[in-house]
Write a protein that binds this ligand. Structure first.
Ligand code: MD3
Ligand code: FE
Length: 215
């Protein structure tokens, strides 16, 4: 019987998406089970939660973090916080395997010595989505964001530097890594509502890691 997740066994490949953005298909497929295990361990210390935006909307994506700081939102605004506001304790440290993966991916895209401060971990279940936005709370506007997809596939929405620019759709599958740096850093992007499914690694969910240089 052919697997529903045939993509997970394709050989790695690379594809330039635009100036500063490269897609590394299957880059981390072989390590994916260990990455998911680390996410489970992190979530035991800093539980996934649905953050509230400054506008009062509860996000459909559940989030947690590891690293020196974590991204959080509440009615007062967005920020990077060294402690988990739910427990008042520091976020779990970034596992060495996460740092190693992020640095290897960044190097593939020409960013040497990448040392991210934060890893935001997003968990999507069926129907969860991320509206079109820019990530602009990070001080270093050139350092890349490295994004790692695990589990169920998603449709990534990939626009331009203005909200009104046309939006392309890109299917991201388990093991895919995208590096967004330099000129691609401030594009509008989002994720279409997740389709129902089951994945051997994550069950009914998609997990996305985004590594960020914050300071
Ligand atoms: C391009 N996450 O956490 S990852 C986010 O799949 C976020 O969970 C999405 O957008 C997800 O902020 C998309 C790909 C991504 C992440 C950040 C970017 C692409 C980006 C920042 C700038 C440009
Ligand atoms: Fe984003």
């Amino acid at each position: 019987m052919s697997s529903l997740f045939e993509h997970d066994s394709l050989p790695p490949s690379r594809e330039a998406l635009e100036d500063g953005a490269i897609l590394l298909r299957g880059f981390t497929t072989s390590e994916a089970p260990q990455l998911v295990e680390q996410v489970t361990r992190i979530a035991q210390q800093a539980a996934f939660r649905h953050l509230v935006t400054p506008g009062g909307y509860t996000m459909s994506v559940a989030m947690t973090n590891c690293g020196r700081v974590g991204w959080v939102s509440d009615r007062t605004g967005y920020r990077y916080d060294p402690v988990d506001p739910d427990t008042q304790i520091p976020w779990p440290a970034m596992p060495p395997s996460f740092l190693d993966l992020a640095a290897r991916a960044a190097a593939e895209a020409g960013f040497a010595a990448y040392d991210p401060d934060a890893c935001l971990i997003n968990r999507y279940v069926a129907g969860a989505k991320l509206s079109l936005h820019q990530d602009r709370d990070e001080k270093d506007a050139w350092a890349p964001i490295v994004s790692v997809s695990l589990g169920l596939p998603a449709t990534f929405l990939w626009g331009g530097k203005r909200r009104s620019d046309p939006v392309r759709r890109l299917r991201l599958e388990s093991g895919d890594v995208v590096v967004w740096g330099g000129p691609a850093r401030f594009i509008y992007h989002g994720v279409a509502p997740l389709k129902d499914g089951e994945h051997p690694l994550t069950g009914a969910a998609r997990i996305n890691l985004t590594f960020r240089k914050v300071f």
